[in-house]
Design a protein around this ligand. Structure first.
Ligand code: ADP
Ligand code: MG
Length: 192
C-alpha cells in the first residue's frame, strides 16, 4: 500500500516517532477494517536497523555501511506490497538511498511519503549523551552522521510528499495517513 521513509539525525527521535506512527496507523487500520471502508485487512510493518541486523558500529566506516544499507534495503523491498504500510526507521540520510527506496516503491506500485524528524544537533547530542554505552554511536560516527546528512527536499519527487516534524511538535498523523492510503500511487513505468 505504501512506503513511509523516516529520516533524521542520529538520536533525533526517529524510532520514537516511527513507533508512535505505527501505533497510530494500527488503530486507524483496525477502524477502517471494522467499518468496512477498507477492502481487505492490511498490516503495518516497521523495518529498522536492528531487525535488519545493522549495528550502530556499521556506520563507523563506509565499508561496513554499504552491506548494512543493502540489508535494510532488502528488508524494506520485501515488505512492499498492496496490503502493507512499510515504515522504514533508519537514518536514511543519503539522497541516493532514498531515491532507491522510492524506485522500489514505484516498482511495487505503492504510495510513498517521507517523514523528516527535525531536531537540532544540540538536542540530538543531549539525548545521545543520555543513552547507555551499548546504545551509543562512536563520537566521530555521531558527528559524521550529522555532517553528512542530506536533507530531504519536497522539490524532488523521491522525497515528496515530505512531512517535516519538529522535535517539539505533534506528528501530523492525519496527513501522513492520508498520503499513505489515499495519496498518489506510484505506478510502475518502463523508464526508471
Ligand atoms: P533515533 O531513533 O533517531 O536514534 P530515538 O527515538 O531512539 O532516536 O530517541 C533517542 C533518545 O531521545 C531517546 O532516549 C528518547 O527518549 C529521546 N527523545 C526522542 N525524541 C524526543 C522528544 N521529542 N522529546 C524528548 N525526548 C526525545
Ligand atoms: Mg533509532
Amino acid at each position: 500500500m505504501a512506503l513511509v521513509t523516516i529520516s533524521g539525525f542520529p538520536c533525533s527521535g526517529k524510532t520514537t516517532r516511527a513507533r508512535e506512527l505505527a501505533a497510530d496507523f494500527e488503530r486507524r487500520a483496525a477502524v477502517a477494517v471494522a467499518s468496512g471502508s477498507s477492502g481487505s485487512n492490511f498490516t503495518i510493518v516497521v523495518v529498522d536497523d536492528e531487525g535488519s541486523h545493522v549495528t550502530r558500529s556499521a556506520y563507523d566506516d563506509s565499508r561496513a555501511e554499504k552491506p548494512a544499507r543493502a540489508s535494510l534495503f532488502t528488508a524494506a523491498t520485501r515488505s512492499l506490497n498492496p496490503s502493507t504500510i512499510t515504515i522504514v526507521d533508519s537514518a536514511n540520510y543519503i539522497k541516493g538511498f532514498r531515491y532507491q527506496l522510492y524506485c522500489a516503491a514505484r516498482e511495487a506500485g505503492v504510495r510513498v511519503a517521507t517523514v523528516r524528524i527535525a531536531a537540532p544537533p544540540g538536542k540530538c547530542k543531549e539525548w545521545h549523551d543520555a543513552r547507555s554505552e551499548e546504545d551509543k554511536y562512536a563520537q566521530e560516527t555521531f558527528d559524521n552522521l550529522i555532517q553528512r546528512y542530506e536533507e530531504p527536499s519536497s522539490m524532488v519527487r523521491w522525497d515528496s510528499p515530505l512531512f517535516t516534524v519538529p522535535w517539539d511538535e505533534d506528528l501530523p498523523a492525519d496527513q501522513i495517513w492520508a498520503a499513505a492510503t489515499t495519496g498518489v500511487k506510484k505506478a510502475p513505468t518502463a523508464a526508471a
